[in-house]
Design a protein around this ligand. Structure first.
Ligand SMILES: NC(=O)c1ccc[n+]([C@@H]2O[C@H](COP(=O)([O-])OP(=O)(O)OC[C@H]3O[C@@H](n4cnc5c(N)ncnc54)[C@H](O)[C@@H]3O)[C@@H](O)[C@H]2O)c1
Length: 257
């Protein structure tokens, strides 16, 4: 039997690089999915998913009502909720800390930090109820290595992602006896549109821009999307039952030096 057979998963940012890959990986392991993103329709990358086993809800993660709707959709459509992956997020162009425009800073905090906060506010009470009926309730917040240390040029992104790690640890401790595991996955630059677009914007040729971007990574390369998805599924896996409150670095060794 698949490790996620018949589990029900909420996943935000489902149209993006990690999101679409995570949706397909969860679906391949037997889950039913409530997918969400800004666009009206699911991305082309999601075609091929069994339409009876997923529902797509468009919306903005900065709206608390979206998260209530996602929880209600899981219950109404599939009768339960097991796992939530709070993945939607944006980065910002590189600026030194004191030069980041305030409206840009507010937007990043609103989406990357408050978006996860609103998600937790809807998901935790729902999962506390679910945990009375079944095991395997888990939340996975997608933070970043920028949530574990300074990120020159990405100061507000780093602040938001440190905040996600702080909320993850706090909520994990508060819910450890209530049957919900809550962990964060903290990738370094990975081969999704977020990093690939930044490479494309560089003045350097692609290969050199990639080398420059990964100059501080002991493995000297970007993460492949599948390597990050493996960590997300590991964090969500019901068999991984004693791990909570962790910020799991998927960083090619950055944290080792
Ligand atoms: N790619 C990387 O190098 C990298 C590294 C570390 C962490 N991350 C994090 O991983 C997560 C996913 O990023 P990705 O690389 O797949 O990027 P991506 O740009 O491919 O996908 C992000 C998705 O989030 C959605 N989104 C953005 N703002 C939203 C909003 N207000 N409401 C709802 N949805 C919104 C976008 O539409 C997009 O589909 C993000 O939280 C990001 O910060 C990415």
């Amino acid at each position: 039997m698949n490790r996620f057979e018949n589990r029900v998963v909420i996943l935000t940012g489902a149209n993006g690089g990690f999101g679409a890959a995570a949706a397909k990986a969860f679906a391949a392991e037997g889950t039913r999915l409530v997918l969400s993103d800004l666009a009206e329709e699911p991305a082309e990358a999601l075609t091929g998913l069994d339409p009876d086993r997923f529902v797509y809800v468009s919306g903005d993660v900065t709206e608390p009502t979206l998260h209530q709707e996602l929880v209600a959709t899981a219950k109404d459509r599939f009768g339960r909720l097991d796992i939530a992956v709070n993945n939607a997020g944006i980065a910002h162009p590189h600026y030194r800390m004191h030069e980041i425009p305030a409206d840009m800073a507010r937007k990043v905090i609103d989406i990357d930090l408050m978006g996860v906060f609103h998600a937790l506010c809807a998901q935790i009470p729902a999962l506390q109820n679910e945990a009375k009926a079944h095991d395997g309730c888990a939340i996975v917040n997608i933070a970043s290595v920028a949530g574990l240390g300074g990120a020159p040029g990405l100061g507000i992104y780093a602040a938001a992602k440190h905040g996600v790690v702080g909320m993850t640890k706090t909520a994990a401790a508060e819910n450890a006896r209530r049957g919900i595991r809550i962990n964060a996955v903290c990738p370094a630059f990975s081969r999704t549109p977020m990093a690939v677009d930044e490479i494309a914007r560089s003045d350097l040729p692609t290969a050199e821009a990639e080398t420059f971007m990964t100059r501080g990574v002991p493995m000297a390369r970007l993460a492949e999307v599948s390597e990050v998805i493996a960590a997300i599924l590991f964090a969500a896996d019901p068999a991984n039952g004693f791990m909570t409150g962790q910020a799991i670095a998927v960083d090619g060794g950055i944290g080792a030096i």
